[in-house]
Design a protein. Structure first.
Length: 445
């Protein structure tokens, strides 16, 4: 999404909050901080024309929060455009938003004129100026105490002044990082809002990741906090991808592995495994002897995912673990391994497995391995009973047929053809379906 659209979306939300939720100072501050960041990208011209709110000429949907409010208030004040200079002052953004929601005064600008947001250090006028004086941006700090005016009746102004009185930066805190550069430390509340916004809007995702990357370890920490919370699978995938793009956070996660609270250590291990953070191998290995089984299991799964020297011994041990889900994950982790004894390990584990659900997962993995020994074992499992008193599980037979369908070798296909005539209806149907899918894939037309 163009930065101007992102700015307009946040500005509309800001106006909405001031109008309809004036006591919600937490979100107001977060949105204002986002506006400060986005304003660095360049000039933005907000326009209200023919019932549409535009940003640099592009219309915004009315369904977005606050869009209709901005249109209505610009119409009331006879403002055609609001021009926002690059690096516009946060205090001026707040001033313009405040005055938009206020009742028009006798000194309101004439129709067709523009209001301009610049980075300036001047006391705001009583109404939106038709043409605010332009001042060259400087690196001097803003005096929010002067610019925000009397905070009474203005919760956002009151909170920001309270932060200033406590010596805390209201928006951004410059931090020298070299002879010719200046970094900006973003407060956690803003970074959290940026992270949450990743899942809400695919259009602004690239910009959000860029902000988090600039924040370095602070941005990674914000992502980690959301990852280790109860995030859904979609959000979790987004946060993991963003964390990989940010290329930070591993040291923070490794430190979390030693947290005395079991769930903190477990969550950190899970994230490190999903990141495939090889640098965390030794720290994860130390958790294999953790007092809490949940932490041990998380560390085991993480090590299996790393693909390091320690991964294969962990997988081998996982196939014999007392927890069924660990045995199932260990089997799945064998796919893609290059060791010569991968199939043998899984066949031996299958011989000893007594849990049918775990055995079914082993059969599925044999189908993905598709080695000659794997196909032979799958065919043997899928075949009907040959002894008078032996009774194979129908579920295991069907599972073996489905696994054979994953193999493209001639012995696997030949076995499926034979199984089309099996006496068991479920086995027969599975074989017919498997061969039918192969035909459809070979000839999509």
């Amino acid at each position: 999404m163009d930065y101007s659209i992102t700015f307009a979306r946040h500005f509309a939300r800001f106006v909405f909050l001031l109008l309809h939720d004036p006591l919600n100072t937490d979100e107001q501050k977060v949105v204002l901080r986002a506006l400060v960041i986005i304003a660095r990208e360049g000039f933005v011209m907000l326009g209200a024309r023919a019932g549409q709110l535009t940003a640099n000429g592009t219309s915004l949907p009315h369904a977005l929060s606050g869009v209709t409010d901005v249109i209505d208030r610009m119409t009331v004040h006879a403002i055609r455009t609001i021009d926002v200079d690059r690096n516009a002052a946060p205090a001026d953004m707040l001033r313009i938003a405040r005055q938009l929601i206020a009742a028009p005064s006798a000194s309101a600008p004439v129709p067709g004129r523009s209001a301009r947001l610049t980075r300036m250090n001047a006391t705001p006028s009583a109404s939106i100026p038709a043409q605010a004086p332009r001042v060259t941006p400087t690196n001097e700090p803003f005096d929010f105490g002067d610019l925000l005016g009397d905070p009474l009746g203005d919760p956002l102004g009151e909170v920001m002044q309270g932060e200033l009185a406590a010596g805390s930066p209201a928006l951004l805190q410059p931090r020298a990082s070299g002879e010719a550069s200046v970094e900006t430390t973003l407060k956690p509340a803003l970074l959290k809002a940026v992270v949450i916004d990743l899942a809400r809007s695919s259009e602004s995702r690239a910009q959000g990741i860029a902000i988090l990357a600039r924040a370095g370890e602070d941005g990674a920490t914000a992502l980690i906090e959301q990852l280790t919370a109860e995030a859904g699978p979609t959000e979790r995938r987004l946060y993991l991808d963003a964390l990989a793009s940010v290329q930070a956070g591993v040291p923070t996660l490794v430190q979390m592995l030693g947290d005395p609270q079991w769930f903190v250590a477990r969550n950190a291990a899970n994230v490190l495994g999903e990141m495939k953070a090889r640098d965390a191998e030794q720290a994860l290995a130390a958790l294999l002897h953790h007092d809490d089984e949940r932490v041990r299991h998380a560390a085991t799964v993480a090590l299996m995912r790393l693909g390091t020297a320690l991964s294969f011994p962990t997988i081998r041990g996982g196939l014999k673990d007392g927890a069924p889900h660990i045995r199932m994950f260990a089997a799945a982790a064998l796919v893609g391994r290059t060791e010569s004894n991968v199939t043998t390990l899984l066949l031996d584990a299958l011989d000893e497995e007594r849990d049918e659900q775990v055995a079914l997962s082993f059969l599925a993995v044999l189908g993905r391995l598709a080695t000659p020994d794997a196909v032979t074992r799958l065919n043997t499992t899928a075949e009907p009973d040959k002894g008078l008193f032996r009774k194979k599980s129908a579920a295991l037979r069907v599972g073996a047929v489905q696994a054979l369908a994953e193999c493209s070798s001639e012995p696997a296909i030949a076995a499926l053809r034979v199984l089309q005539g099996d006496r068991d209806a479920a086995v027969r149907a599975a074989a017919v379906d498997a061969l039918g899918r192969r035909v459809r894939l070979a000839d999509p037309a």
